[in-house]
Design a binder for this molecule. Structure first.
Ligand code: IMP
Ligand code: MG
Length: 191
């Protein structure tokens, strides 16, 4: 069962019914296929280590990896910076480090959103200390207007204004990660 909102579609289940869709699952899949083709092309015959930033990037990494046609392995890190709110606390802390060393490897950090840039600046600095062969960043969403640290992703799915989004891995207080579409977080009182 689906519920139509203009030309956007929400799943008719209690957690997502009535939410406004920013990018539908189809738009996400199409954009990710383009990103994967570009990444494949840029790598040539090289191998790749995809490093997902838990938890938000898990669905993106799963889908992106299947559009990248090179010999790839997965690793995951977890960092904390947001707590349970919508705004960063400013401090980034590693909760789960890489399982395997990345020295001499082609590394792609896979992140759901590049927002203030604090998380990715922290990870980039840390990873570069291990001297990878190359280090690139793929971010599904980019909010350039929110940047505090000077950092750009090499591959960006969609550039968006300062909106708080949920779904497709992204949460508010750990909820909504399992929505298949990227939705706008409802303003106070609307849900
Ligand atoms: P940054 O360190 O400020 O760039 O924060 C990046 C992280 O903040 C992302 O990986 C998300 O986990 C979280 N984040 C930023 N904006 C949003 C949003 O709109 N919805 C959900 N999480 C967000
Ligand atoms: Mg995240």
């Amino acid at each position: 069962m689906v519920l139509r909102l203009g030309d956007t579609v929400c799943m008719s289940q209690s957690i997502s019914a009535g939410l406004e869709v920013l990018y539908s699952r189809q738009q996400i899949a199409e954009r990710i296929a383009e990103m994967g083709a570009q990444i494949t092309n840029d790598l040539g015959d090289e191998k790749l280590v995809m490093v997902g930033v838990l938890k938000g990037a898990a669905p993106f990494l799963a889908d992106l990896s299947r559009t990248i046609d090179v010999d790839a392995t997965f690793d995951f890190v977890a960092v904390s910076s947001y707590g349970k709110g919508q705004r960063s606390s400013g401090a980034v802390k590693m909760i789960k480090d890489l399982d395997q060393p990345i020295e001499g490897k082609n590394v792609l950090i896979v992140e759901d959103i590049l927002d203030t840039g604090l998380t990715l600046s922290y990870l980039r600095k840390l990873f570069l200390q291990q001297r990878p062969k190359s280090l690139r960043i793929a971010a599904l969403l980019d909010k350039p207007s929110r940047r505090i640290e000077k950092i750009e992703a090499d591959y960006v799915g969609f550039s968006i204004p300062d909106l708080f989004v949920i779904g497709y891995g992204m949460d508010f207080a750990e909820r909504y990660r399992n929505l298949p579409d990227i939705c706008l977080f409802p303003v106070e009182g609307s849900k």
